[in-house]
Design a protein around this ligand. Sequence first.
Ligand code: 15L
Length: 264
Amino acid sequence: MQQVVMTGASGGIGTLLRPMLHELKVTMRLSDVSEPDMPRADGETWVMGDLTDPAAVARIVEGCDAILHFGGISTENRAELIHEVNVKGTYNVYEAARKAGVKRILFASSNHAIGFHPRENRIDADAEILPDSIYGVSKAYGEALAKYYWKKFGIESLIVRIGSLFPEPKDRRMMATWMSDRDMLRLIERMLFSPRLGCPVVYGVSDNRESWWDNGKAAYLGWQPQDSSEQFAAKFADFEPDDPNDPAVKYQGGGFAKAGHYED
Ligand code: 15L
C-alpha cells in the first residue's frame, strides 16, 4: 500500500477531503501546523510541522511514496507572508521530496495563476501565465518548480489549477469554476495510480455547463469529472446583467483581479 502525505490537511480542502481519503486505499499521513479539533478517522496519522522549516518538512515526507501538497496561504495576503509560506514552503516540499526519493507530487495550484485571462477565452494547459495577485504569482512559481523537478530529477507532478473547491458554488462566477470534493478525489486517484503521469497541468473544475477551461491535453490521465454546478443553478437564477467593464466580471480570477495590491 502506498504511503501518501497530505500537507495543509487542516485547511478548507483538507477538511473537505479527509472523510473520503480512505476510499483511495492508501495509508495517509496528514500534516499541518496544527490539528483541527475533530475526531481522527480510522488509519489517519498526523505529523505536525511548519512548511517554512526544512527539517520539519523532511520529517513530514520521510519514507512516503507520494505527496498531496495543499499547504500554504490560500488567498491574497502580504507578499512577505506569501513568499515565506507558498514560495519557500513549496521549495522545501520539493527539496525534501527529492532527498527522500518521493516519486509523485500533486501541486495544488490555483486558477489565480491565470486569473487575468478574460472569461470569453476558453483556455487550456498551454495558456499564458497571467497571475491576478501575488498569491497567483506564488502558484505560478510552484508550477515552474514542479516542471523543474520533473525535467531535472524525473519527479512526476500533477499541477492542479483549482477553480473553486467548496461544498457548493458561493456566487455566479463559481457556476463556471466550481469543483466538487468527489471530483478532486477522483483526480487524486488518477494522480496516484495512472501508469504514466509526467507533469501535466489540469484545471480542477467539475463538468460545469459554463466552463472556461479545457483539459483536453491531460485526457491520457483518464480523469472525467462526474459532478456539475448545474445542480445549484436555482440559487443564482435571478437574472441581472453583468457590468462588462467590472474587472471582477471581465476576468476569470473575479474578485482577485479587481482587488488592489496588498501593501506590506
Ligand atoms: C483560490 O485559489 C482560493 O484558495 C479560494 O479561496 C477561492 O477564492 C478560489 O481560488 C476561487 O477562485 O474561487
